[in-house]
Write a protein that binds this ligand. Structure first.
Ligand code: SAM
Length: 363
């Protein structure tokens, strides 16, 4: 059981088609000269970045002076623009990874390095039917949408309506509209998935939530034989519990787990060395394949030991040692995001969206 309260079934809505009728821009929005209403990332001579939304006649101000938006509108991506002080500033269209790291967020996002691994190692292919839960701020959703493309389908399940709205707004800000392959469903994945999609119709499932083990039965029912389940979890205790639950379920191959650490490098003259700072930990990934119906995985020559010490094993491993209500954000060291904080994020987004739609109308 998750510690978060799902909305009542009556409150369930679908995300598709909601909100302003912004045209879907897809790949067109990623190419060509800078357009009115587009986000542009400016880098000053000290390497500091500023993101602006282009508006005719407007100026971007900093403490030293300004840059004219009109100098950028119609200029090619990768231009250099002259600041009123005479300094040269670089102007680039933000990449998805830039957007994810700077967009408003309600909960921890899946970092670009982990999204890339999920897309690659879960083999998310163009045209695939993918299920994701939860949506959070929509960071992973955008990578999944890119991978499935317009011919695929991404069904994202989310417990909290505020998160669904934040994710939708973040995706619109980057994609320029509602992606045709995306549907957001409100509610608990464990309950909603069997009620929403036919059994055996989903190619890939990606879970980023507190208690993915609660969803294994629903996921096993939805996946095609050979389909991939990948879970992103923040702690080793969650990793262990989901592995044990998958083995106990019996409908999956032996789980594989890994983590990745990316260390940036400083490249300046002879000072070529690793950066002093890095993200030491983001999350663990654990993946497995769905077996065909009624099939049991072949016995391993070396049966993996249960999680924990011998004493833990005799006490039943993680599954029995901790009650469902122990798996809370607080116990796992995650910050609880208050409804007040989410309302503030939404208010900021709505202000940005209002500015954006004024610009589109004028366009
Ligand atoms: C860490 S956030 C997901 C972040 C997201 N992957 C991203 O990249 O922005 C976890 C989300 O899972 C949702 N959640 C937790 N349990 C769920 C469940 N059983 N069904 C659907 N959503 C769930 C939470 O409300 C929360 O929004």
């Amino acid at each position: 059981m998750s510690s978060q309260t799902p909305p009542s079934p009556a409150a369930a809505t679908e995300g598709e088609g909601a909100g302003p009728a912004v045209p879907w821009s897809g790949e067109d929005g990623r190419r060509g000269p800078f357009r009115v209403g587009e986000r542009v990332q400016l880098t000053d001579p000290k390497g500091r970045m500023h993101t602006i939304v282009l508006e005719p006649g407007k100026r971007f101000h900093n403490t030293r002076g300004h840059i004219q938006h009109d100098d950028l509108i119609g200029a090619p991506d990768g231009s250099v623009v002259i600041h009123s002080t005479g300094a040269e500033w670089l102007a680039l269209r933000p990449l998805l990874s830039d957007h994810v790291m700077s967009m408003p967020r309600g909960a921890a996002v899946v970092y670009p390095k982990d999204s890339a691994q999920i897309v690659g190692l879960a083999d998310i292919f163009p045209g695939a039917v993918v299920v994701e839960a939860g949506v959070g701020s929509g960071a992973l959703s955008m990578s999944l949408l890119r991978a499935v493309g317009e011919g695929g389908r991404l069904h994202s399940f989310e417990l909290r309506e505020e998160f669904a709205e934040i994710a939708r707004s973040n995706a619109r800000a980057f994609l320029g509209g509602d992606h045709p392959a995306w549907k957001i469903h409100l509610g608990d994945l464990a309950e909603q998935l069997p009620a929403t999609l036919p059994a055996g119709s989903v190619d890939r499932v990606v879970l980023d939530m507190l208690a993915p083990w609660d969803c294994l039965e629903a996921v096993a029912g939805a996946l095609v034989p050979g389909g991939v389940l990948i879970c992103y979890v923040a702690t080793a205790t969650q990793l262990s519990r989901v592995a044990e639950a998958a083995r106990d379920h019996g409908g999956f191959t032996e789980p594989k787990a890994w983590e990745s650490m990316v260390r940036g490098w400083h490249l300046e003259g002879l000072a070529v060395r690793p950066e002093h700072r890095m993200h030491g930990h983001t999350g663990f990934l654990i993946s497995m394949r769905r077996l065909a119906p009624e099939v049991a995985a072949p016995e391993l020559a070396r049966r993996p030991a249960k999680a924990g010490s011998d004493a833990d094993v005799s006490a039943g491993g993680w599954t029995e040692r901790f009650a469902a209500e122990d798996w809370t954000s607080e116990n796992l060291g995650e910050r609880w995001i208050s409804p007040k904080k989410l309302r503030r994020v939404r208010r900021d987004q709505e202000r940005q969206e209002r500015l954006g739609s004024t610009r589109l109308e004028r366009d």
